[in-house]
Design a binder for this molecule. Structure first.
Ligand SMILES: Nc1ncnc2c1ncn2[C@@H]1O[C@H](COP(=O)(O)OP(=O)(O)O)[C@@H](O)[C@H]1O
Ligand SMILES: [Mg+2]
Length: 234
């Protein structure tokens, strides 16, 4: 469904990604892991077309999209939840959710989508009239996911969604990602929480210094001695 071919990415003249090749099939959870500064966020930003300058190809289904501006990629239902979530703190949960449905197609069906999102994330239903800034970190991440779901994504990319969350919410978040995949979404998940993400991922990629150094099924990567020494501290 999503295919990245020989992707290089630059900030000004500094190259941060080198010949990245990856794919995400329909209804897969793909994990992208690696140390701080490895290039995980840059990979997601390059796929959605913001901040970086790129060479190489990004394909969505049978269409090459790397020349498209970011808003045209969002229109194709390729949606990124960036690091640190970026809600509008003085707006209510409901207002934040409604902002997710600003494009014409999602807007037409926003009532039904909202019902589904509130059913999937009951905490948002409880808190719907509270301003987003008053929610806990975990609730804010749920709100950010809810807002992204309001835009009716086909591929959802999440950048370190569990960062700074209490353990209970980390658990809930991974469960939610699995439920989203089971309901038909395709997911590319960037995580520091290496062991946890590989437990739920169908496949995974390991990035090091802007290069993919390992790729396999989540289960095989968990057993890989190179990954164990580098990231799992075993
Ligand atoms: N806006 C930017 N301008 C210049 N360099 C950046 C910028 N953002 C990230 N970098 C650099 O790109 C490299 C990859 O960073 P990033 O993609 O954020 O890694 P990760 O998400 O894996 O921590 C790092 O060396 C980082 O310092
Ligand atoms: Mg990052």
């Amino acid at each position: 469904m999503l295919r990245v071919h020989d992707l290089d990415a630059f900030y000004d003249r500094t190259q941060v990604l080198h010949a990245i090749n990856l794919k995400v099939d329909e209804r897969e959870i793909v994990g992208l892991v690696g140390a701080n500064g490895a290039g995980k966020s840059s990979t997601l930003l390059s796929i959605v077309g913001i901040k970086t300058r790129t060479h190489g190809e990004v394909w969505l289904d049978d269409e090459r999209i790397d020349h498209l501006p970011a808003y045209d990629r969002v229109r194709r239902a390729l949606v990124l939840i960036p690091e640190r979530r970026r809600l509008f703190p003085f707006m209510t949960v409901l207002e934040n959710l409604e902002l997710g449905a600003y494009l014409p197609v999602p807007r037409q069906q926003r009532g039904e989508t909202l019902d589904r999102v509130l059913e999937l994330l009951p905490v948002l239903a409880e808190r719907r009239h509270q301003v987003a800034g008053s929610l806990s970190g975990g609730e804010q991440q749920m709100c950010a996911i809810g807002r992204a779901l309001m835009s009716c994504p086909r591929i959802l990319m999440l950048d370190e969604p569990t960062e700074g969350l209490a353990p209970l919410y980390v658990e809930r978040l991974f469960e939610l990602v699995v439920r989203l995949r089971d309901s038909g979404l395709t997911i590319l998940l960037v995580e520091q929480n290496v062991e946890h993400v590989l437990e739920i991922a169908d496949r995974g990629y390991v990035l090091e210094n802007g290069r993919i150094v390992l790729e396999d099924t989540g289960r095989a990567l968990l057993q890989d001695p190179r990954l164990k020494t580098a990231y799992l501290g075993l």
